[in-house]
Design a protein around this ligand. Structure first.
Ligand code: C5P
Length: 241
């Protein structure tokens, strides 16, 4: 894989406060292309944090896992895309009308700003859910069947792709086809600490399995030298993916 392509595929998750996030963004500027803003940072700082990253030239994955009635979701996607997010996450469990509303909201924002439409990825089954948790909410089918059903529903509802574990990426690539976005967290370079992630893959393995984008947080943000950690991941992708 070419160096520029590798940089397009790594999304650095900034799960920290504003000060640390901006200092990491400044350090990674000129190296990384994508940052991920999750609920922790967004609920503290709001759309201004997205704008600050955009002003520094980054693409932003706004990972708010939107889930509500279609009317609200249309507005949420419009607001989030309007703030400058390039990629948004929504819950597949919201079903077809909600997923279509998310797409409409992203389209409306693009019409208003003239920017490219924000892409959308659906959460299928959270990786924190096990069979017992599924049963608590009345879902008795195997997790992989549920995830596949939600992924197909998302695709049929105008959603651009999904978020899944690298372990499911190959199956999902087969199901969704070559153009779908497949975003995988749970990525750990060989030798990195697992933290609270258990079902992990190396960056090159995740890409080989079919991931289009890798979300990597603490192996970069928690490293003594985050830029060196980021560059080592890019090097691995250039060499092995
Ligand atoms: O630090 P780490 O590399 O584990 O960060 C992974 C990121 O991906 C975090 O922001 C986490 O919230 C997110 N994520 C995840 N597992 C999922 C969905 C999202 O780890 N199933």
């Amino acid at each position: 894989m070419l160096d520029a392509e590798a940089r397009e595929r790594v999304i650095v998750a900034l799960d920290c406060d504003r000060e640390e996030a901006l200092s990491l963004a400044d350090a990674l500027s000129g190296h990384a292309k994508w940052l991920k803003v999750g609920m922790t940072l967004y609920y503290a700082e709001g759309p201004s944090i997205v704008r600050e990253f955009k002003e520094r030239g980054f693409k932003v994955f706004l990972d708010l896992k939107i889930h509500d009635i279609p009317h609200q979701v249309r507005g949420a996607a419009r607001s989030a895309a309007g703030a400058g997010a390039d990629l948004l996450s929504v819950h597949g469990l919201g079903a077809g009308a909600m997923l279509k509303a998310a797409r409409e909201g992203a389209e409306k924002a693009a019409e208003a700003t003239g920017a490219e439409r924000a892409k959308l990825v659906a959460i299928t089954v959270l990786t924190s859910m096990d069979e017992a948790a599924m049963e608590q909410i009345g879902l008795t089918c195997p997790i992989t069947d549920e995830a596949a059903r939600l992924a197909a529903l998302a695709k049929g509802s105008g959603i651009d792709g999904i978020v899944c574990s690298p372990r499911e990426a190959a199956e999902m690539r087969e199901l969704l086809g070559p153009d779908a976005l497949i975003v995988t967290p749970g990525v750990r370079p060989a030798g990195a600490e697992l933290g609270d992630q258990s079902r992990v893959a190396t960056p090159a393995a995740a890409i080989s399995a079919g991931a289009s984008h890798l979300v990597i947080g603490r192996p970069i943000t928690g490293a003594q030298d985050p830029v060196a950690a980021y560059e080592a991941i890019v090097e691995e992708l250039v060499r092995d993916a």
